[in-house]
Design a protein around this ligand. Structure first.
Ligand SMILES: [Zn+2]
Length: 264
């Protein structure tokens, strides 16, 4: 197996995995969606709310704020040494107290410890007018995407097989006239090779081929080379989201192997 990083940004990654199979990449994808734990607000205590929004709407918005998650420091609350009572090993607390004109943002949530400060700090929660007030306290805990979408750290992970376009070399002129009418950023003809510039736009090319009844191009998909892309909500950076997910998958395989041994 070989991995090539095509794009790596703080919250987005595109990775080419060679010599693999789609089902393997899909298992990483499924882990990212449903089994990668992250922090999210679970309990909200509202002391005073004279804003235009109901307590429930504000709580719902608080639940969706991405909270930077360091898995090495946290336990699941129900598996923690505190036996679910809530302690610094499983619960992260924030307070918010604002009064008077202005928008309250996610960054206004003050963590009990600075290291848990919200980095996605410009998410609006509610706008206050006149002498309106909002005073509350929240508790964030680890959870899994399969229980609630607020615990889903990775958005739209997807994969596609590497695509190559082959054509009949005797019909180069047909190819040239066909691609002349295509959007400019779709394909490129170079050294008698037709290259798809953005793998995601394959359906666009296919629809043009259908429309023109093209019989001189063949699209070939290679299931052994897979391009995997995903974005995070900011709870993890893109690199950590992948590494943590791989760790979880590894754990599942070794647990399975252990169980198989016990079968003997
Ligand atoms: Zn605890």
């Amino acid at each position: 197996m070989k991995i090539e990083v095509k794009e790596l940004r703080p919250k987005k990654a595109v990775i080419k995995i060679e010599d693999t199979k789609p089902y393997f990449v899909n298992s990483i994808r499924r882990i990212m969606l449903s089994e990668l734990p992250k922090l999210a607000v679970q309990d909200v205590v509202i002391y005073d709310n004279t804003s235009a929004l109901f307590d429930e709407i504000i709580s719902h918005r608080l639940g969706l704020i991405p909270i930077p998650t360091d898995l090495s420091l946290l336990n699941f609350k129900d598996e923690c040494v505190c036996k679910g009572k809530g302690c610094p090993n499983c619960t992260v607390r924030y307070t918010l107290s604002k009064e008077g004109e202005g928008i309250i943002y996610s960054g206004d949530l003050q963590p009990a410890e600075k290291s848990w400060a919200i980095t996605e700090d410009k998410i609006p929660i509610v706008e206050l007018f006149g002498e309106q007030r909002l005073i509350l306290e929240v508790e964030a805990i680890l959870g899994l995407g399969k229980k609630h979408a607020k615990w889903q750290a990775v958005q739209s992970p997807s994969y596609r097989m590497e695509t190559t376009i082959e054509f009949d070399k005797k019909r180069l002129n047909d190819v040239k006239s066909f691609i002349e009418n295509l959007p400019k950023d779709l394909v490129k003809l170079k050294d008698n090779k037709l290259e798809l510039l953005d793998n995601k736009k394959l359906p666009v090319l296919e629809s043009y081929m259908d429309q023109e009844n093209v019989d001189f191009l063949t699209i070939k998909k290679n299931p052994n080379n897979v391009i995997f892309s995903y974005e995070t909500d900011g709870s993890f950076n893109a690199r950590d989201a992948l590494l943590e997910s791989a760790k979880i998958l590894e754990g599942k395989y070794s647990e399975f192997a252990k169980l198989l041994k016990e079968l003997k």
